[in-house]
Design a protein around this ligand. Structure first.
Ligand code: G1P
Length: 314
């Protein structure tokens, strides 16, 4: 079957319009900060991480977002709700700028939620989306990373998936010592001209978190996926894998073995990984430096502060 025939068979050629954000994790790396506050609501300058992610989805044309939440994380949903009392106070004061900022999250997309009772892995989390997305293709955006808004990745992934009807992943190149933190792919050159301007490769295999000497390449799966509806059946057939969890990587591997086309786009833009304290701090500093309002003063202060460490080792 050619790609086009397969696309007709598996997909209507329509771009996915729904996204799923798994966000039920316990965030142990950020304790005690995340004891009562979900890590997805930690602020990067003045917006929570999760808002950047929903903004990224909305900018790519996604109008429907399902948040997979867990115990103690309902405040994530409140962030995307209206706040009539706060809004009327700001309106009375004529503070139109803050009013717009408060309303913005509720205007981005339709937000739906469901609860993952027990965190048994990323594949398990995604399986909760089945009744919401039905048989259609959909995007998965992990709740602790986002891409630079001036170098978007999701639109090209959605275009590619609408063409192939299969699995579409995003890759970054990592150092050998980093392969154990990611799903790693084996790849070969893709058919020419699939998506203009994107570096597309064909995926031939996937391994979850291999050691450097077992990694098939240096291409690591990052937290953006566009998946066909048949992933749900594959997740049901997936046995616990790395970390004794139901891995999305393993479910995608099953589909790959069954001939479902899988492609990846190599991303070379800025990616903010807020899942760990160091990456989180880097995101805050980078985004603060870019801000028109805070940037000039913050950059000057930062230069002087860092300069003050010159010659000191700790
Ligand atoms: C998950 C996936 C892994 C992927 C990573 C990207 O791992 O299982 O394949 O490379 O996200 O951030 P986690 O970070 O949830 O352990």
């Amino acid at each position: 079957m050619t790609l086009d025939e397969d696309a007709n068979h598996a997909n209507t050629g329509r771009r996915a319009v729904k996204a799923v954000i798994p966000a039920a994790g316990l965030a142990t790396r950020f304790l005690p900060a995340t004891k009562a506050v979900p890590k997805e609501l930690l602020p990067v300058v003045d917006r929570p991480v999760l808002q950047y992610i929903v903004e990224e989805a909305a900018a790519a044309g996604i109008s429907d977002v399902l948040l997979i939440t867990g115990r103690g994380k309902t405040s994530m949903v409140d962030h995307f709700d209206r706040q009539p009392y706060l809004e009327s106070r700001l309106e009375e004061k004529g503070d139109t700028e803050r009013l717009a900022a408060v309303r913005r999250p509720s205007e981005l997309a339709e937000i739906y939620t469901c609860r993952q009772g027990e965190p048994l892995g990323l594949g398990h989390a995604v399986s909760y989306a089945e009744s919401h997305v039905g048989g259609e293709s959909f995007a998965v955006l992990l709740g602790d990373e986002f891409m630079d808004e001036t170098a978007p990745l999701l639109p090209a992934m959605l275009d590619l998936q609408a063409k192939t009807g299969g699995i579409v992943l995003a890759f970054i190149e990592v150092k050998p010592e980093e392969t154990k933190r990611y799903g790693i792919a084996s790849v070969e050159p893709a058919e020419a001209g699939l998506v203009e301007g994107a570096e597309v490769v064909k995926v031939t295999g996937l391994v979850e978190k291999p050691k450097a000497d077992q990694a098939p390449s240096n291409l690591a799966v990052v937290g953006r996926y566009v998946l066909p509806g048949k992933i749900f059946d594959a997740i049901r057939r997936t046995k616990p894998g790395s970390g004794n969890e139901i891995q999305l990587t393993d479910a995608m591997g099953l589909l790959l073995d069954e001939g479902v086309p899988a492609h990846g786009i190599i991303y070379r833009g800025l990616r903010y990984d807020t899942g760990m304290p160091l990456g989180y701090l880097q995101a805050v500093v980078q985004l603060a430096c870019q801000r028109d309002d805070l940037g000039p003063e913050f950059r000057q202060w930062l230069g002087e502060f860092v300069g003050g460490f010159g010659g000191r080792s700790g």
